[in-house]
Design a protein around this ligand. Sequence first.
Ligand SMILES: [Zn+2]
Length: 130
Amino acid sequence: MITDQQARAIAYLLHEIRPDWPVASLMSLIDKHRDVPSLGALTIAATTKAMESTCQTPGPIFHPGPHWPEAARSHLPRPPSCEDHIGQESTSCRSCWADFKAGDRPQTHIGKHYEAPATAGASDIEGEQR
Ligand SMILES: [Zn+2]
């Protein structure tokens, strides 16, 4: 279990490595994942991800993967399923990311239920009628 003080320490450390990752959002992210195997494992996983230039947001820190020390990997809690796509994990749902890249889903709704505004798609229907 990660304490407040430990969460703050990691958030500030990550922010030093990645100034584009705000401390406040790091804190709320860590807060949601306090059941990580240990502070040491989290520090290794988090700093490894922070040093990956391809890693745009801190979210993937908590995804399972080789950035976690091997002994910690089997103790990682599994993320909940995507609300919109059965069989996909909410933190890494490929269908949601595809929607996001296509502009059909805001990034805030990766892994969460999202309904496109009712007006979207109306022009397609009109086009078919012509
Ligand atoms: Zn999804």
